[in-house]
Design a protein around this ligand. Structure first.
Ligand code: ATP
Length: 230
């Protein structure tokens, strides 16, 4: 049952990422958060020009296409391409502002972050504004053992709510979700491919087929073989 079925506010989950490429760690997280919060929709939002990392191995269009292939037919999972349509760098705060403007103040927006991403939040552009625009769902991730900076510990003490039932506001809350641990990362998949090894069963077959057809992440894959690289 979705939040809107129970006469509650509409709830939308947002999972941003480089998705270079999208894998079952992302997709399983998306599904578990969708069910845990009873979301009406969960949007995966590929980042066009990630401000925090090196240039991705696949172009923005290719990463978007892989996410589209990955969620095809999955109920409630959708793809939002607004970061690709924007000329400036993909700051999450801009994305949330544009979503909030579009959806109005009453819709519950839930920005999903892995624990590693959450711990790095204070370096994000206008990070303190994020909580004015959305709540945060922070996912435990098994391959990271980071300690949150003090400023985030204080924030968690002030803003945490106990699970989906305790979440009432359209923004401003922090929810912690311990999920099925899947120690999959896009870096692992890229590294397997670069070594000529198969990443099958770490990501959807449709995505792997796309990678193979387009020769992505293989040794020798570079701007010349990828005219769409950013
Ligand atoms: P890379 O290995 O290239 O850094 P990644 O696998 O971490 O990539 P991103 O696109 O950077 O993928 O991740 C997008 C979001 O998904 C981040 O919030 C990240 O913490 C989360 N995430 C990625 N992999 C997992 C996983 N296996 N389990 C839970 N969350 C994950």
């Amino acid at each position: 049952m979705c939040a809107s079925d129970a006469g509650m506010i509409r709830r939308i989950g947002l999972l941003g990422g480089t998705f270079d490429p999208v894998h079952f760690g992302h997709l399983r997280s998306a599904l578990e958060v969708r069910d845990w919060l009873g979301l009406d929709e969960l949007r995966l939002i590929p980042s066009a020009r990630p401000p925090h990392r090196d240039r991705p191995g696949a172009s923005a269009e290719q990463r978007l296409e892989m996410v589209r292939l990955a969620v095809a037919g999955a109920q409630g999972l959708t793809v939002d391409d607004r970061e690709l349509l924007r000329a400036r760098p993909s700051y999450t705060v801009d994305t949330l502002e544009s979503l909030r403007q579009e959806m109005g103040p009453a819709v519950g927006l839930y920005l999903i972050l892995g624990w590693d991403a959450f711990c790095g939040l204070p370096s994000w552009y206008r990070w303190e504004t994020l909580l004015e625009l959305a709540s945060l769902v922070v996912l435990q991730r098994p391959d990271y053992d980071l300690e949150a900076p003090e400023v985030l510990k204080d924030l968690m003490a002030a803003r945490s709510v106990a699970g989906p039932a305790g979440s009432q506001a359209p923004a401003g809350e922090i929810l912690l979700l311990t999920q099925t641990p899947l120690a999959i990362s896009a870096s692992l998949i890229r590294s397997l491919l670069a070594q000529g090894r198969s990443p099958r069963y770490l990501l959807p077959d449709a995505v792997l087929d796309y990678i193979e057809i387009n020769g992505l992440y293989r040794p020798g894959h570079n701007e010349d073989s990828n005219p769409h690289a950013e």
